[in-house]
Design a protein around this ligand. Structure first.
Ligand SMILES: C[S@@+](CC[C@H](N)C(=O)[O-])C[C@H]1O[C@@H](n2cnc3c(N)ncnc32)[C@H](O)[C@@H]1O
Ligand SMILES: [Zn+2]
Length: 291
């Protein structure tokens, strides 16, 4: 028996779900055509990549995130379970919705570990899901598609997504930029936007080590919460705070994936990595909104 390539398998998987898509060029309906492309009624065509994802950007975009960074994120999130309590809380909120299956879109999904974890928890509770992850960074989607099967992974812009109106019950937006007009267009009636934003204590050990006494040492999410409330009815907000002990290799990963550390003084970074393990604070807020 000849095994089907990942490209062909992904195209086969998306075929039944092609009603979700709209052409990124002309906004018309799309369908999967042989051997492995998504094509619109007017003939604009997008090929599945050999890793199984699909690039639906009308023109390439260069982002500042590389593949190593997403591999590092995957290690910290999947192996060290750095965000486990956050993922659990999000899955709990998604499970309150009656829809079956639950159509979930993660906007700015990075390397896909959160979406995978959330979908797994929802499915473990007996609810079927259709999970779609999008990110502008091809390198993140590459890692996602290479690691997590049974989901749709697309390179796409969350401000102008290649999906039809009212297609998702849940939109996730975890530590990523938002576009509320687009999220509102995509949400089904009764659907939920679940946005995760940092609070003042988030990664405070990094802030203190690299930016003591400078304005970067503090952070407030007030403005973000205000903007959310201008566009969505805030139905719930949950603060989550905990510390997680990380060993040296995990701390190196954390430093590599945190923009906060990229511009820090090298000597301060080296000093920070000297004394391990270290307890690192996760301080986040989950905002839940409806249209
Ligand atoms: C800080 S990372 C968070 C990634 C992931 N949600 C997580 O929590 O691990 C922000 C992500 O948003 C993505 N991003 C930024 N602008 C975007 C856009 N316009 N459309 C889609 N993704 C975007 C970046 O490429 C990056 O992967
Ligand atoms: Zn088209």
């Amino acid at each position: 028996m000849v095994l089907k390539s990942k490209r062909i398998r992904s195209a086969g998987f998306v075929e039944k779900l092609s009603f979700l898509f709209k052409c990124p060029v002309c906004a018309s309906k799309m369908k999967v055509v042989e051997p492995a492309s998504l094509k619109c009624e007017k003939g604009h065509s997008f090929d599945f990549a050999k890793q199984g994802y699909i690039n639906l950007l009308p023109r390439p975009v260069k982002t500042k995130y590389g593949k190593e960074l997403f591999e590092a994120r995957r290690k910290l999130m999947a192996d060290d379970r750095f965000f486990e309590p956050v993922i659990r809380e999000i899955a709990k909120s998604a499970l309150q919705l009656p829809a079956e299956p639950l159509y979930i879109l993660d906007t700015g999904c990075g390397e896909g570990t959160h979406l995978n974890g959330i979908c797994q928890m929802v499915e473990d509770r007996g609810k079927n899901t259709v999970c779609v992850g999008i990110d502008l960074a091809k390198e993140g989607i590459l890692v996602a598609a290479g690691t997590y099967e049974g989901k749709i992974w697309c390179v796409a812009d969350l401000a102008d997504t290649p999906f039809m109106d009212e297609t998702f019950n849940v939109i996730l937006n975890i530590l990523s930029p938002s576009n509320y007009a687009e999220f509102s267009r995509l949400l089904k009636p009764g659907g939920r936007l679940i946005k995760v934003v940092p609070k003042s204590g988030y990664l405070q050990e990094l802030r203190t080590a690299f930016y003591a006494d400078s304005e970067k040492e503090t952070y407030s999410n007030e403005e973000t919460v205000e903007r959310f409330q201008e566009k969505f009815r805030l139905t719930d907000r949950k603060s989550i705070q905990y510390t997680k002990k990380l060993d040296r290799s995990s701390l190196e990963v954390l430093v590599a994936m945190t923009p906060l550390a990229w511009n820090a003084d090298e000597r301060k970074v080296a000093a920070f990595l000297q004394k391990t393990p270290k307890a690192i604070t996760v301080d986040l807020e989950i905002l839940i909104g409806e249209k």
